[in-house]
Design a protein around this ligand. Structure first.
Ligand SMILES: *Cc1c(COP(=O)(O)O)cnc(C)c1O
Length: 449
């Protein structure tokens, strides 16, 4: 008699004991992993598979590790994509984080007028500074740019007509499709022109009693070349209805007063300040893609319209919280004082290639088989399609590119594959992470060579 083999399986308690002191995770999660491992072992035994105590402990350990790596945690972005959508877009600067900590850890005048002892508005801070930075009358900050567009459309054009060029009915990514957002805001889409050419006359012909706004969308993630034509904002501003521009990404100001030298790859990006000056009634853009700040959406423009947007019932559901508003206020102040160094996006974007190459040489000297390579970094986040930012990094040729990329990811480093090599682009790696990157590369190389 050997008895029921399931009875020889360790109890959850015994697995827990074996795992004690192995994980920083809360006890409830460790128990969860142990219980899952024991249940899986029981099923295997029922199918006649032999399972040892050590197998069960090892399986529980794997569950725990998976739990651990699935947690939100920092990674080293060695992809060279500055606004990497899956890696949190823009890193937030130390000043902005300090501001968020300072406001978040206590009480603040978020919606309180200290000069009157009366209720105030959460748009009096970051919103008004961003208006100042763009030459607009007023501004407000919401959860993200998708929210800014949804809210603007709902507030200005619900149950009425929104006129858009067929060339601008785009999908931005992550499910943001212009025709759908217009429908979801309760507006009627009126398409004008053609995919490649739309003229002012096309908008004029579409005007009716129900026309609420002319919407222009910055099709930032793709580019049309050849036989193309579009109406400019100043042309549209003369047509009549308010012109709303969804800029998304681009530049706060085309003249980039916060940069000493404007890099060549930036030319051609539209500026919010210029759109306001050209007569846009409202402009929406992204706090992270365009400003290098926290996830947020910004609406700037005519005071009366910004107020209508902020009074709409949806504004309550889409508003930014105090941490975001504190960080955005700090970011706006940095732009107003021309301090690009405070904004990691600009610091990284404008680092001279020679600096990156020198760091790459130091890295390559410490890693067997690594060599210094010139690379093409990119803005990402659906901006500047096809444009490359000259960059440098290290490449390690290996027959097992995918294995090595996974080994790097296990160590919190996201790199990319290129021509039979693993490439780490240093434009998106902070210099203080070079040691972390070196150690990860040394560890990850071992099984590959
Ligand atoms: C990115 C983008 C959006 C969406 O903005 P989120 O901040 O991602 O919500 C909308 N419109 C345009 C033109 C964009 O570039």
């Amino acid at each position: 008699m050997t008895g029921d083999p399931r009875r020889s399986l360790p109890a959850v308690e015994r697995v827990l004991q074996a795992l004690r002191n192995e994980s920083d995770l809360p006890a409830a999660l460790v128990t969860d992993a142990a219980r899952t491992a024991v249940e899986e072992a029981r099923r295997l035994v029922e199918q006649g598979v032999a399972v040892s105590n050590d197998d069960v402990v090892a399986s529980a350990r794997r569950h725990l590790e998976r739990r651990q790596t699935a947690q939100l945690r920092p990674v080293v972005n060695a992809t060279g994509v500055l606004l990497h959508t899956n890696l949190g877009r823009a890193p937030i600067g130390a000043d902005a984080l300090r501001a968020a900590a300072g406001i978040g850890s206590g009480y603040s005048n978020l919606e309180y007028r200290l000069d009157r002892g009366a209720r105030g508005s959460r748009h009096d801070h970051a919103g008004s500074l961003l208006a100042q930075a763009t030459g607009a009358e007023a501004g407000l900050v919401v959860n993200n740019n998708a929210a800014a567009v949804l809210l603007t459309l709902a507030a200005l054009a619900r149950s009425r007509d929104v006129v858009v060029s067929r060339g601008e009915l785009v999908e931005i990514g992550g499910g943001f499709r212009v025709p759908e957002i217009i429908r979801e805001s309760g507006c009627r889409l009126v398409e004008v022109g053609t995919t490649n050419r739309t003229r002012v006359a096309d908008y004029e012909r579409a005007l009716g009693n129900d026309t609420a706004i002319l919407l222009k969308v910055h099709a930032s993630n793709y580019r049309m070349i050849g036989f193309t034509e579009e109406a400019t904002i100043d042309q549209l501003a003369r047509v009549g209805p308010p012109v709303v521009l969804d800029a998304g990404s681009g530049l706060l100001d085309e003249t980039t007063p916060w940069l000493d030298h404007r890099p060549a790859w930036l030319s051609g990006e539209p500026g919010i300040r210029q759109a306001v000056a050209a007569g846009a009634a409202l402009v929406t853009f992204s706090g992270d893609k365009l400003l290098g700040g926290p996830q947020a959406g910004v609406v700037v423009g005519r005071r009366e319209l910004v107020e209508r947007v902020s009074r709409h019932p949806l504004a309550r559901a889409l508003r930014a919280d105090k941490l975001t508003l504190a960080a955005m206020q700090s970011v706006a102040l940095s732009y107003l004082s021309g301090d690009a160094a405070a904004i990691p996006l600009w610091r990284m974007a404008t680092t001279p290639v020679d600096d990156l190459r020198r760091r790459a040489e130091r890295l390559a000297a410490r890693i067997p088989d690594a060599k210094v390579v010139d690379t093409d970094a990119a803005a990402g986040g659906g901006s500047l399609p096809g444009l490359v930012i000259p960059s440098a990094g290290v490449a390690i040729e290996t027959a097992a590119v995918d294995v090595m990329l996974q080994a790097l990811r296990d160590r919190g480093v996201v790199a990319r594959a290129h021509a039979g090599a693993v490439v780490c682009d240093l434009r998106t790696v902070e210099a203080h992470d070079d040691d972390v990157l070196t150690r990860a590369l040394l560890d990850a190389c071992k099984p590959c060579t």
